[in-house]
Design a protein around this ligand. Structure first.
Ligand code: FMN
Length: 305
């Protein structure tokens, strides 16, 4: 039995729903000698800001006793001009769909970054990161405000016709109002979700384990939170949803699709298995064969509640 793994997302066709999540796979070119990008649905780059950012003081990443990992990278990145100069020519745009994650401290900064990226050929779209817990401004404070999110989306929409997903924080108790406001402002999709704000403490030294004290919590413990956000958003908006949160195997991916996701972003799992998009797709195909499902897309939103 042949399973059709292609996914339609608005005006984009992805050959599989599995993408690499922002900040967990570099800028997209670094793994060229290790993986076959043509077997990935897409790659989302590290978040790019207007100016280069050095990020937070180390240590910046560690495991937690509760499972999962916590990071406070702090959006270290080349800045948009450095990205264009150093990476535009080597991105895997011929092999897969490339999405650039964009971050800013203000509406104007988001717009300025996207305006510059409009000149780079081959980019399939943007992911607006309005939800990073590791930065003082432009992260959770911006992403927590429905009107601020809508303002970023509508201003960026005015400078690009490219596909645009908005990556939201898991910290909303109710995600519907912000999702509806973002769609009205021109969002094509959502990424649900970014990391949860968290911290880890070493009782022996009486010190926090991260240089920034707090960080973003990710991996399997985030999955139930992200599942709920995907499901809640799917009840109120009719745009594609990219799931992000604790996906480590094919059954995780199937669960998110049943809850309403059409794309699946892999993050923490890539630190242990950089070829996870290929492995997880095979595991999802195996589920489909077992259940007589011809097309992966037939599973989207088919949760029986
Ligand atoms: C080390 C690390 C760096 C990250 N950097 C970014 C980033 O720059 N921009 C962003 O939107 N998300 C970033 N994230 C969040 C991931 O893209 C993803 O949304 C999150 O880790 C949840 O997925 P997971 O549980 O599969 O890891 C980062 C996550 C990790 C672990």
């Amino acid at each position: 039995m042949r399973v059709d793994t292609s996914i339609r997302m608005g005006r984009l066709d992805l050959q599989t729903p599995l993408l690499t999540g922002s900040g967990t796979f570099g800028y997209g070119d670094e793994f060229r000698s290790l993986v076959d990008y043509s077997r990935f649905g897409g790659v989302v780059t590290k978040s790019i800001s207007l100016e280069p950012r050095p990020g937070n003081p180390p240590p910046r990443i560690c495991e937690t006793s509760a499972g999962g990992i916590i990071n406070s990278i702090g959006l270290a990145n080349l800045g948009v001009d450095g990205f264009i100069a150093g990476k535009a020519g080597v991105l895997p745009v011929d092999e897969t769909k490339l999405f650039v994650s964009v971050v800013g401290d203000s509406v104007e900064e988001f717009v300025a970054v996207v305006e510059r990226l409009e000149g780079v050929a081959g980019i399939s779209g943007y992911e607006l990161n309005v939800s990073c817990p590791n930065v003082r401004r432009g992260g959770l404070d911006l992403g927590g405000d429905r009107d601020a999110v809508a303002a970023v989306v509508s201003e960026v929409r005015s400078v690009t016709g490219r596909f645009m997903s908005v990556k939201l924080t898991p910290h909303y108790a109710v995600i519907g109002p912000v999702a509806e406001a973002a769609v009205r402002a021109g969002a094509d999709a959502f990424t649900l979700t970014n990391t949860l704000s968290g911290m880890v403490v070493d009782a022996e030294s009486r010190k926090p384990l991260l240089g920034n004290v707090t960080g973003g919590y990710s991996g399997p413990p985030l999955k139930p939170v992200a599942l709920a956000k995907v499901w809640q958003a799917a009840q109120v908006v009719d745009v594609p949803i990219w799931a992000s949160g604790g996906i480590i195997n094919g059954i995780d991916g199937i669960e998110f699709m049943l809850a309403g996701a059409s794309g699946l972003q892999l993050g923490s799992v890539l630190f242990a298995d950089y070829d996870a998009p290929v492995r997880i797709l095979e595991e999802m195909i195996e589920y489909c064969v077992r259940h007589g499902v011809d097309r992966l897309s037939d599973l989207i939103g088919r949760l029986e509640v």
